[in-house]
Write a protein that binds this ligand. Structure first.
Ligand code: FO1
Length: 345
C-alpha cells in the first residue's frame, strides 16, 4: 500500500489535503498529514492550534469555506462574553463551536496526553476522518512563531490578524524550537514514505517552521523542527513541492510580507530554489509552478530541480483533486532515476 506524506500549513494546505485524499481514494494508499504548529498559542486558558484545526475541519467537511478558517455555522456568544470581560484578544474571533475544540484539546493536554495523542482523539469524533488521513502535529513541543517588528515582538497571530502583517517584520523567531523534537511518528512516516508532498502553504511560516527556510544573504531564516528536514532530505521517497505563489503574488494570506522579512523575493522561482534540490542540500526533487510561471522552469531546472508548470488555482474541490493528481504524476517522473527515462512512448 502506497504511503503518502503531506507536509502542510492551514488554509491552502487543507484545501490541497482534501484534493489529495480524493485523488488517492481509488488506490489503497495511506495518507499522513504533518501539520505546522507554529501558529499555536494559549489564549483565554485554552490551547489554540489554527493549522491543525483548519486541516481537521476541512477534512471533516465542517469548515467555514468562506472565511477559510473556523467552523461552518459558527456563533460567537462566548467570544462576546470574553470581550466584555476584557480577556483574550478582542480582534481574534473564538467561535463557540471552535471553543469546543480548544476546550476538548486543553482537557486532553491537561490529562497528560501529547498534542499528537490529543489530535488523534479529536479526529475520532469526525465521521469524515474515519478513513483518514492521520493528522500529526510537526512537534508535540511548543515552538510558537513570534515576529519581531518595528512595533515590538508579537505572536504570529497578532501580527497576522491584528496588524494584517502591516507591521514590518524583521525576523521570525520560533520560541523554544531548540528544545522541540518531531512529534512521534513524523520522522518514521517521512522516511518510510513512498511519496512526500509539500503542500501549497506559506513557505516561511507554514512550511519553513517545519522544514526550515533560508533567509537571503544577511537575513535570518527560520530553522524549522530539527530532524524533520533531515528526514525529508534522506527519505527514499520522491519529494514534490507545490508553489503557493502564482505570478509573484501569494495565493492566500501574506506570504510576500513573510518572504520580505527574510530578504527573499516573492516568486515561485525563488521559493523553489530556496527550498532547493535535495541533490544540492535542499528538500525538493520536483517543484510545481502555475502555468503563469512557466518562464521559471529553465532556472528551476538549472537549480537541479525537476520543474513542471500546471494549473495551481484550487478554486473548488475538483481543481484541488486535479492538482493533487498532477503532484502524484510528478512523483513518478521524479522517482525514475535520471538518465534512464524510457523513450517517450
Ligand atoms: N483569522 C482572522 O483573520 N481573524 C480571526 O479572528 C481569526 C481567528 C481564528 C481563530 C481560530 C483559528 O484556528 C484561526 C483563526 N484565524 C483568524 C485564522 C488564522 O489566523 C489562520 O488560519 C492561520 O493561523 C494563518 O495561517
Amino acid at each position: 500500500m502506497r504511503q503518502v506524506v503531506l507536509i502542510a500549513g492551514g488554509v491552502g494546505g487543507a484545501k490541497f489535503a482534501r484534493g489529495l485524499r480524493s485523488a488517492l481514494a481509488e488506490e489503497r494508499a495511506s495518507l499522513t498529514v504533518v501539520v505546522n504548529t507554529g501558529d499555536d498559542m494559549w489564549l483565554t486558558g485554552v490551547r489554540v492550534c489554527p493549522d491543525l484545526d483548519s486541516m481537521m475541519y476541512a477534512l471533516a467537511g465542517v469548515n467555514d469555506t468562506a472565511r477559510g478558517w473556523g467552523r461552518a455555522g459558527e456563533s460567537e456568544r462566548v467570544g462576546a462574553e470574553l470581550k466584555a470581560y476584557g480577556v483574550g484578544w478582542p480582534w481574534f474571533t473564538l467561535g463557540d463551536l471552535d471553543l469546543g475544540t480548544h476546550l476538548a484539546r486543553t482537557t486532553l493536554l491537561r490529562e497528560g496526553l501529547t498534542l499528537s495523542e490529543a489530535t488523534a482523539q479529536l479526529c475520532l469524533r469526525w465521521e469524515g476522518l474515519r478513513s483518514g488521513p492521520r493528522l500529526l502535529p510537526a512537534t508535540d513541543d511548543e515552538a510558537e512563531t513570534w515576529v519581531e517588528t518595528a512595533e515590538g515582538t508579537m505572536h504570529f497571530e497578532e501580527w497576522w490578524v491584528r496588524t494584517r502583517a502591516s507591521a514590518a517584520a524583521r525576523r521570525f523567531v520560533q520560541r523554544g524550537v531548540e528544545q522541540a523534537a518531531p512529534a512521534a511518528g513524523v520522522v518514521e512516516a517521512i522516511t518510510e514514505a513512498d511519496l512526500v508532498i509539500l503542500a501549497p502553504s506559506n513557505p516561511v511560516v507554514s512550511l519553513g517552521t517545519v522544514l526550515g527556510f533560508p533567509g537571503a544573504a544577511g537575513h535570518p531564516g527560520v530553522p524549522g523542527i530539527a530532524g524533520i528536514r533531515q528526514a525529508v532530505q534522506q527519505t527514499r521517497a520522491p519529494v514534490v513541492g507545490i508553489s503557493s505563489i502564482i505570478g509573484g503574488a501569494a495565493v492566500h494570506g501574506m506570504a510576500a510580507q513573510c518572504l520580505a522579512a527574510l530578504g527573499q523575493s516573492c516568486t515561485a522561482e525563488n521559493v523553489g530554489l530556496s527550498f532547493g534540490a535535495r541533490s544540492r542540500g535542499g528538500v525538493l526533487d520536483t517543484w510545481l509552478v502555475d502555468t503563469e510561471d512557466a518562464s521559471a522552469l529553465t532556472a528551476l531546472e538549472a537549480g537541479g530541480l525537476t520543474a513542471r508548470a500546471v494549473p495551481l488555482w484550487m478554486h473548488d474541490d475538483g481543481a484541488s483533486r486535479r492538482l493533487a493528481e498532477q503532484a502524484l504524476l510528478s512523483a513518478h517522473a521524479a522517482a525514475e532515476p535520471r538518465g534512464h527515462r524510457p523513450s517517450a512512448s
